[in-house]
Design a protein around this ligand. Structure first.
Ligand code: KG4
Ligand code: ZN
Length: 335
């Protein structure tokens, strides 16, 4: 089955073609990051308009790369949520329009399920069951994954997502959106011993997270350095390093607990923050100690992309799932 995947939930327009016999055949991505950077974050109305402009040309690109015509498609999958409602509507209406015109099945899929299963596109995919840490700009969740659609939420953030905390910390340091990679880059020059930030909710049992306190901690640190006239480049790097260490350490502690609690030996890490190098270094050590293994999507599939949506859609369409009558755009949708 040849399935076209469409992702438009936030600020990336992603399209891909997944063939259940050949695997991932083609994928294309257009990022709106530069456009939103001027505003310090994603502007929903601009996001929708840009998806409208870019989606059909990207679909053409993917079909051309695959050497296929629309008529050879067997199904279409799109991100039905969670995400920005206007942005989701662009993908949903395009998917349903195309599917109707081609008389093929269409299915709305969960964006976070896409992230969760993105490592399945790699050469050595993880076998079920596994523990997954989903860390993006909108979510921080630990999930026990027993099979396709068989997910148990083990813990999640009670306030900000880890990626959101990175983005806010970046703003405080005067860095551009999206902040995660920029904070990480600055942190490389930082001294890890100069400041110590708290590791929220690690002093009690449980697998939930909280990152809003770290944001306040960051604000206080930056403010007092500025007032003392000490906010030079080195101080900014040292603060960035302390912040990154605190987020990473917190994520690592909870992953360790989740592996111990479930007795599982495979850990999938996905979503934008899974691109973080420090997090990967730390998790390599922790999983190594336990005889466990961490799995990641390739770099460009850590953040939003069409390939993960095409993959999930293909698995579900093959199993007979359909959404043919109703277009879906669900801004808030638990996994
Ligand atoms: O999964 P994603 O592309 O979009 C959402 O569904 O949210 O994740 C984007 C998030 C942003 O908050 C971004 O700052 C963060 O992932 N991010 C990173 C890194 N790369 C992206 N955070 C920390 N370190 C990175 N290297
Ligand atoms: Zn995402």
């Amino acid at each position: 089955m040849r399935v076209l995947g469409i992702e438009t939930s936030c600020d990336e327009t992603g399209v891909a073609l997944f063939d259940t016999e050949r695997g991932l055949v083609a994928d294309a991505l257009y990022s709106q990051i530069a456009m939103h950077a001027d505003y310090g974050g994603v502007v929903p109305e601009l996001a929708s308009r840009d998806h409208t402009r870019k989606l059909l040309p990207l679909i053409e690109d993917v079909l051309n790369d695959a050497g296929m015509t629309r008529a050879e498609l067997d199904g279409i999958a799109y991100t039905a949520g969670p995400g920005l409602v206007g942005a989701l509507m662009v993908g949903a209406s395009t998917a349903h329009g195309l599917a109707r015109a081609l008389n093929i099945p269409v299915l709305g899929v969960h964006h976070m399920e896409g992230h969760l299963l993105a490592p399945m596109l790699e050469d050595e995919p993880p076998a079920f069951p596994f523990v997954a840490l989903l860390v993006s700009g909108g979510h921080t969740q630990l999930v026990e994954v027993r099979g396709l659609g068989d997910y148990e939420l083990l813990g999640e953030s009670v306030d900000d997502a880890a990626g959101e905390a990175f983005d806010k910390a970046a703003k405080m340091l005067g860095l551009e959106y999206p902040g995660g990679p920029n904070v990480a880059r600055l942190a490389e020059q930082g001294d890890p011993t100069r400041f110590r930030f708290p590791r929220p909710m690690t002093d009690r049992p449980g697998l939930d997270f909280s990152f809003s306190g770290l944001k306040t901690h960051m604000l206080t640190a930056v403010r007092s350095l500025r007032e003392a006239g000490q906010l030079d480049d080195q101080a900014r790097a040292d603060v960035a390093r302390a912040f990154e260490e605190a987020v990473v350490d917190t994520l690592v502690i909870k992953c360790r607990r989740a592996l111990d609690a479930t007795g599982l030996k495979r850990l999938v890490v996905a979503g934008g923050v899974s691109a973080n190098t420090r997090l990967r270094e730390r998790l390599a050590v922790e999983t190594g100690k336990r005889g466990a293994k961490a799995f990641y999507p390739r770099g460009r599939f850590c953040t939003d992309n069409g390939a993960m949506i095409a993959y999930v859609g293909a698995q579900r369409l093959v199993a007979g799932e359909r959404d043919d009558s109703a277009m879906r755009a669900v801004p808030r949708w638990p996994l």
